[in-house]
Design a protein around this ligand. Sequence first.
Ligand SMILES: [Zn+2]
Length: 197
Amino acid sequence: MPVMWGRLPQKAPEPLLLPVAGEWKSLDDVEKYAEECMELCVSPGWIMRWDRAVKRLGCCRLNERVITFSRYFVDAYLKKDPELIRRTVLHELAHARAWEMYHERGHGAAWRRACAELGIAGERSVCSCEDFSPFAAGHEKKARYALCHKETGEVYRYYYRKPRLSEHRLRYSYMPGHKKETFGKLQIIDLMDDDKF
Ligand SMILES: [Zn+2]
C-alpha cells in the first residue's frame, strides 16, 4: 500500500505491473481497465466515474477521490485511438497516486514519478483535443463557447458567440433543478483554448 505523505525517494521509480489493455469494445471495457489499474496503484476508496465533459478527456478530483472520464471522448476514440484513452486513464491515476503518496497536485515531480511507475514516462502535462466536440462532425458551424461546471467539466450549453454573462452574474447563477451542485460553479470556456487536465 502506498505510504502517506512521504518525500520523493531518491531511487529510480520501479514500474508497476499493470493489466494489459486489450481491445475495447465498449465503455464498460474501459471502466474495467481503469478499475483494475486503480486497485494496483492507489488505496481502496478511489472510484471511477463517467462525465459529460467535451473539453477535456479526464479529470481527477483529489478531495473526493474520484477519477472521471468524458463519455463523449471515450466513445469517440474507443476504436480510433485506444492508446490515447489508455494514456488518459493512466495520466489521471498518476494524479491520484501523486496526491496519495506525496500530497502533490498538478504536474510536478511526484506526478512525473507516478507516470514512470505507471509506464507512461514522458506523458505530456497538457493535452488539447480541438476536434473533440459532439458538434465537430457534420455540423456546418462549430460551437466556440460552452457553459460548464468548474470542477467536473460537465457542459450544459453551447454558444457560437461569446455569451454576455459577467463574472458577477455567473457567480450567482445555477442550473435550474441543480442549484446545490451548480450554484457558483458555472463558467464559460473557450473551446479553442488548450486545456490542462
Ligand atoms: Zn493532468
